[in-house]
Design a binder for this molecule. Structure first.
Ligand code: URA
Length: 205
């Protein structure tokens, strides 16, 4: 289930992210802004509960977020660029980490690092800015499910149709929130038009 962010600010930020002349400092700011918009959008259906309060004028029953723990799980390393926005708007969010690398013999994503809190009963967001082949995202979703996550969501900045299809094939019904749906992958599995190597541009490597 694919949700594409519909907001002029997101379109604006994505265009500047794609621009090859954008320097790492600006790239990080734009990635942060997009991360904020995505974090808001991806949590649009968080459950609320009643909270009786006293305003300066009268008693009132307001509504606040219920106590379901939120966990954000970046896929290393590019996913790190999407963590801060979640921390800034949800101060109690926990962070788990999944490090994946491509196994050159099987061409499949292999986990080299996995540090996850118990995820049963949590609302889990796997974050990875570039959903390309979908291999890493599918692997990360499998790992968080092994740690108890139910219906984890995937949040990315740019998605390729191939990646969306692969996630749907391996994890049917997964909600994927993206800021842009691009055209296709090239023969090196980069997204077109894309923005190049997100991690390299984020960290200036
Ligand atoms: N990862 C990236 O950083 N960029 C792509 O285009 C695909 C995967």
């Amino acid at each position: 289930m694919l949700h594409v962010l519909q907001h002029p600010l997101a379109v604006h930020a994505i265009t500047h992210l794609r621009d090859e002349t954008t320097k790492p400092a600006t790239f990080r700011t734009l990635a942060y802004q997009l991360g904020l918009l995505l974090a808001v959008e991806a949590t649009r259906d968080l459950p609320l509960e009643d909270k009786p309060i006293q305003t300066p004028l009268e008693k009132h029953t307001g509504r606040v977020l219920n106590h379901q723990p939120l966990v954000v799980v970046p896929i290393l390393r590019a996913g790190l660029g999407m963590v801060q926005p979640f921390l800034d708007i949800f101060p109690d969010v926990s962070v788990g980490y999944v490090g994946l690398e491509r196994d050159h013999t099987t061409a499949e994503a292999r986990s080299y690092y996995c540090k996850l809190p118990p995820l049963a009963g949590c609302r889990v967001f796997v974050v990875d800015p570039m959903l390309a082949t979908g291999g890493s995202a599918a692997q990360a979703l499998a790992l968080v499910k092994q740690h108890g996550a139910v219906a984890p969501r995937l949040v990315c900045i740019v998605a390729a149709p191939e990646g969306v299809a692969e996630v749907e094939r391996q994890h049917p019904g997964t909600i994927v929130q993206t800021a842009a749906l691009d055209r296709e992958l090239n023969h090196k599995k980069y997204i077109l038009p894309g923005l190049g190597d997100f991690g390299a541009r984020l960290y200036g490597t």
